[in-house]
Design a binder for this molecule. Structure first.
Ligand code: AP5
Length: 227
């Protein structure tokens, strides 16, 4: 299965990707995770991306597309993938369509996680991540037993806040979504690929909505949006 999870920051793309990985045995490809990994390792790409990420802006298309071309060429992507956080604007969507056409593996569905702005803000400002195992919590909606520590790894590991989850950056990220990412809704609607899912429910209910939305699409051969 080859799908994109589309949605605003905090709409649950990462959380739902993890459930899809378990259910379908295909990799989650998250441009945000790949970029954060590059930042943590202080690679050339990471150093270039860091200032845009910290400011809540998009990293430049050439950097992201080079990274994605490499990631999609790895053997595990041949059996399918969940794209999380990519594409993020029309040029990226057009480039993805070309890449997948070259691979003979067009998208089968684009799932939009639909959620109100007010809820997004709470989900982002409340997110905490275990610095050791990467498990994601939320102090409002999915709190760990002890606020400072991870339930999974134990007391010695700290829960941290992403730099771009600070309240002053969240607004910028939501503006970028409105201006640059939201046009993808029309783009993928025109291509007949868009499925809209209500993401304002508990994690398992949202997952059920996604399964229903992709049920038929997962069997389809896929489509290439015309650029
Ligand atoms: P990225 O990492 O992609 O961030 P994002 O799209 O802003 O999405 P998030 O990871 O913030 O949210 P999510 O939708 O995954 O929600 P989650 O499941 O974690 O990008 C970060 C930055 O990298 C960008 O700003 C940009 O600079 C750069 N970048 C990335 N991709 C790029 C690209 N293609 N081009 C250019 N630049 C790029 O959930 C959020 C919280 O809500 C968690 O605490 C979770 O526990 C909770 N939660 C989830 N689901 C539920 C639920 N159903 N009920 C209650 N709580 C829930």
């Amino acid at each position: 299965m080859r799908i994109v999870l589309l949605g605003a920051p905090g709409s649950g793309k990462g959380t739902q990707s993890q459930l899809l990985v378990k259910a379908f045995g295909i990799p989650q490809i998250s441009t945000g995770d790949l970029l954060r990994d590059a930042v943590a390792k202080r690679t050339e790409l990471g150093l270039k991306a860091k200032s845009a990420m910290d400011a809540g802006k998009l990293v430049d298309d050439a950097t992201v597309l080079g990274m994605m071309r490499e990631r999609l060429s790895r053997p595990d992507a041949a059996k399918g993938f969940i794209l999380d956080g990519f594409p993020r604007n029309i040029p990226q969507a057009e480039a993805l369509s070309k890449m997948l056409a070259e691979m003979g593996a067009p998208l089968q569905a684009v799932v939009l996680l639909n959620l109100d702005l007010g809820i997004l803000f709470k989900r982002l400002s409340g997110r905490r991540i275990c610095e050791s195992c990467g498990r994601v919590f939320n102090i409002y909606t999915a709190a760990p037993a002890a606020l400072e520590h991870c339930d999974k790894c134990g007391a010695e590991h700290r829960l941290i806040q992403r730099p771009d989850d600070k309240e002053e950056v969240i607004g910028k990220r939501l503006d970028v979504y409105e201006a640059q990412t939201k046009p993808l809704i029309s783009f993928y609607t025109a291509a007949g690929l868009l499925r809209v899912v209500d993401a304002d429910a508990d994690v398992n209910a949202v997952f059920g909505n996604i399964r229903n939305a992709i049920g038929a699409a997962a069997q389809a051969p896929g489509r290439s949006p015309s650029a």
